[in-house]
Ligand binder design. Structure first.
Ligand code: NAD
Length: 267
């Protein structure tokens, strides 16, 4: 088994990464950041998102594990003081894993070119830098609504607890193979009308957003911005690929949501 240790630059993360490196090497496990079977991230959710984008061309070969060194993360369920337990789990590994849906993003630019398909683990947002974003929204090829407001957020089930939740989207159990669209400050009055609530579509449907003006839109894919040229349309669907996590111990989804957002135990 080959393991990559993907750490952020914080002092406590580097300390954990060093201890992990030492422990794994002593156990005869190869450290390989190019062709790993397991990617262990050390940091927070942001570090795991960066690792996902770094290894997104090897998703069928790698499983992820997240150690958090700051406050509890959503994807990072190992604590920094559990490094030895994790090393033992890696030694005993029998390829147990759980996988979650990803968002596929395809951009059509105003100059007629298409992007390579991008993948998001949490979500993609489209917003306008200044003024109101005006866009037509199509579902499965049919015009659904004309949106006016700050922007739109299309999220995966595991991303539903991130940006999506901040804009009033529902928390979606990742056993649903579905994507969600939530509005960011839509204008709704006698003249302009959108659904006004989040919607969830199944795997055989897709969402296409056509901004009225091709300029001045910001398109995000997790924490990365897809820079550049004026956009004609973006298509979102469930990706063919999924992300796999090594499941050395099972944390029930709703338990994870409870401990991240309600935290009865902490009170
Ligand atoms: P960051 O440093 O701004 O942290 C954002 C927070 O979101 C952190 O507390 C992180 O732990 C949490 N988070 C990330 N993914 C999560 C998930 N799936 N479920 C629950 N919480 C989650 O940025 P970052 O760490 O680089 O993370 C990027 C993410 O930040 C984006 O994908 C987006 O979801 C989120 N974000 C949220 C808002 C908002 O809520 N208004 C705005 C911008 C970005």
């Amino acid at each position: 088994m080959k393991v990559s240790i993907f750490s952020n630059n914080g002092q406590s993360s580097r300390k954990v990464a060093t201890a992990l490196h030492r422990g794994l090497t002593a156990a005869g496990i190869t450290i390989d950041s190019l062709n790993p079977d397991i990617v262990v991230t050390v940091g927070g959710d942001g570090t795991l998102l960066s690792a996902f984008h770094h290894y997104n061309d090897r998703l069928d070969k790698v499983r992820f594990v997240g150690i958090h060194t700051g406050h509890l993360g959503f994807y990072t369920d190992w604590r920094d003081y559990e490094v030895n337990d994790l090393i033992q789990s890696l030694i005993r590994d029998n390829r147990q894993s759980v996988s979650y849906p990803l968002l596929n993003i395809e951009v059509e630019y105003a100059d007629g070119t298409h992007s390579d398909q991008a993948l998001a683990l949490n979500e993609s947002t489209i917003k306008k830098v200044s003024g109101t974003m005006v866009a037509d929204v199509y579902i499965k090829g049919e015009l659904f609504e004309s949106f006016r407001g700050d922007g739109l957020c299309i999220s995966t089930p595991t991303g539903s607890t991130a940006y999506n939740k901040s804009v009033g989207g529902a928390v979606l159990n990742p056993r649903f193979n579905a994507i969600q669209m939530a509005e960011i400050a839509s204008i709704n009055n006698l003249v302009f009308r959108t659904l006004g609530s989040p919607l969830i579509i199944p795997a055989d449907e897709w969402i296409r957003i056509e901004p009225a003006e091709a300029t001045d839109n910001v398109l995000m894919c997790d924490q990365l911005s897809i820079e550049g040229r004026p956009i004609k349309a973006i298509s979102y669907r469930i990706a063919r690929q999924r992300i796999a996590f090594a499941e050395y111990r099972h944390t029930h989804f709703w338990q994870r949501v409870e401990s991240s957002f309600i935290g009865r135990e902490a009170r």
